[in-house]
Design a protein around this ligand. Structure first.
Ligand code: HEC
Length: 455
């Protein structure tokens, strides 16, 4: 099997690193998409004579904001590649293997987005009306299509669908997820526009009335939020049963994130649809920013839940989160996992015995993608108070201990090394350590647990 060196971010766990970058990236990129659509709409409002002041928003620093977010979106996109390579080269490898042409297509759209956006920013005010509208149209289409392509690749990870490229691309969660993200993009753009409108100085007349008119128009971009419950329900209906179970009560942490995302979206939606659209309320800059911050929270919570629901796989049914395939797992049960991972431990000398060092290697190979020893989601915090026998049972039956963990992929003696490691850390990592000699009866018992967990 392919084994890559493991990069350690302790005390943060790797999933958190990738999640943290991912959330910022998604937020910025989605704002850039919605922002493009909103610029196009406002430019059209102006040109068609529907709103003489709409151009003010297009030429104000809203335009700059959209540019900034797609530049920052691009930079965090590169950061996504780097962190993904660092955390799970195999997952990325599998995705590139399956979708290299799709990814190439995505990049051409992205390049188009960059060129169109930058051209508009640089020479937009020297262009004819028609060209301005064309350029903004091109920008929005290109940015939406880069979402379209990447969405197929990402949704495939949770619901790989049938065999073949297109069956994988147009997988069961492709459309609900694409539409949901489109609605989110429009929401972010509307809220940011409301904040910007509040600081624009309009020519003549009452400022507030002029602002109110534009806010009412930007708020139209919040209207699709009414579809969110339907799209979310659609999404939940097509994902695997166990993933849905965790999101809807099975895993308290994930359920809380779903509730947070749903609750905040409901608040924003209610304010937007009833307050701004139906009642024509005014929204000031501070409130708009507050709602935008809430939307960031909702994005973060939603992305966390989506990533969480994929466990124990990074590609459902094909690759476990710790970069082991189901077929390799069967093999590693026989041969052991520490032998496969040929990279040395960076801090070998800090472990007082070979057994503990082996435990550390097993941990690095199989557990470290989701756990640290004593930092975030630390093994010591979770299982520090367990007896040795409890540790043996629960580690050998990992997928039964928590169904979102992959099965243990090693030998009975590797389970015991891990138990020894926990015992040593629990004892305060003393410099010298007298090991309990592993006896055959214990190993046979662990082998029994391993067999019970997966026949
Ligand atoms: C795919 C991610 C993932 C992998 C890989 C993983 N775990 Fe976990 N593990 C979790 C999560 C998430 C929890 C739940 C933490 C919580 O309840 O707060 C957990 C919980 C635990 C617990 C506590 C269970 C309980 O009932 O309280 C133990 C012990 C544990 N893991 C050990 C391990 C060991 C040992 C490995 C490697 C052989 C491993 N895990 C691999 C994600 C993972």
């Amino acid at each position: 099997m392919e084994v890559y060196p493991v990069i350690d971010f302790a005390p943060a766990m790797k999933g958190m690193v990738i999640g943290g970058v991912g959330i910022v990236h998604v937020f910025l990129a989605q704002f850039a998409i919605g922002g493009g659509m909103l610029l196009f709409y406002f430019e059209w409002l102006h040109q068609s004579g529907r709103s003489p002041r709409a151009r003010k928003l297009v030429s104000s620093y809203f335009q700059f904001l959209v540019l900034l977010s797609f530049v920052a979106g691009a930079i965090t996109g590169v950061a996504m590649w780097l962190t993904s390579i660092a955390v799970s080269p195999r997952t990325l490898g599998l995705m590139v293997d399956e979708f290299h042409w799709i990814w190439a297509v995505e990049w051409t759209f992205f390049a188009l987005e960059v060129v169109a956006g930058y051209t508009f920013y640089k020479i937009g005010d020297r262009l004819s009306d028609r060209d301005r509208l064309r350029l903004l149209g091109l920008y929005s289409l290109a940015s939406w299509f880069s979402l379209f392509w990447i969405n197929g690749i990402l949704s495939w990870q949770l619901t790989p669908g049938g065999e073949g490229l297109w069956a994988g691309f147009f997988n069961p969660s492709f459309f609900p997820s694409l539409l949901y993200r489109t609605v989110v993009s429009m929401t972010l753009a509307a809220l940011a526009a409301c904040a910007v409108i509040n600081v624009i100085e309009f020519d003549g007349g009452k400022q507030r009335e002029q602002r109110r008119e534009l806010i009412g128009r930007a708020a139209l971009f919040l209207a699709p939020m009414a579809l969110m419950p339907i799209l979310a329900g659609w999404y939940l209906a097509v994902i695997p049963d166990d993933s849905r179970g965790w999101l809807l009560g099975g895993s308290p942490a994930m359920t809380m994130f779903v509730a947070a995302a749903a609750g905040t979206s409901l608040l924003i939606g209610a304010y937007g649809v009833f307050g701004l659209l139906r009642r024509g309320l005014y929204i000031n800059g501070a409130t708009a920013l507050l709602l935008l911050a809430l939307a960031f929270g909702a994005t973060a919570a939603g992305e966390f839940a989506r990533e969480g629901a994929r466990k124990p796989f990074t590609v459902r049914g094909h690759l476990y989160a710790n970069s082991i395939t189901p077929a390799e797992l069967t093999e590693l049960r026989r041969t052991g996992s520490a032998a496969v991972d040929r990279y040395p431990l960076r801090d070998r000398e800090s472990y007082p015995s070979d057994t503990i060092a082996e435990g550390a290697r097993v941990f690095r190979f199989q557990c470290s993608v989701c756990h640290t020893i004593s930092g975030a989601n630390g093994l010591i915090h979770l299982a520090g108070s367990w007896t040795r026998e409890q540790l043996r049972i629960n580690i050998a039956k990992l997928q039964l201990t928590k169904p979102f963990m992959p099965p243990f992929a090693g030998t009975a003696s590797e389970v015991e090394s891990l138990v020894e490691l926990v015992a040593w850390v629990r004892a305060g990592q003393p410099d010298s350590w007298s090991e309990t000699p592993t006896d055959k009866v214990v190993l046979d018992r662990i082998a029994g647990y391993l067999d019970e967990a997966s026949p």
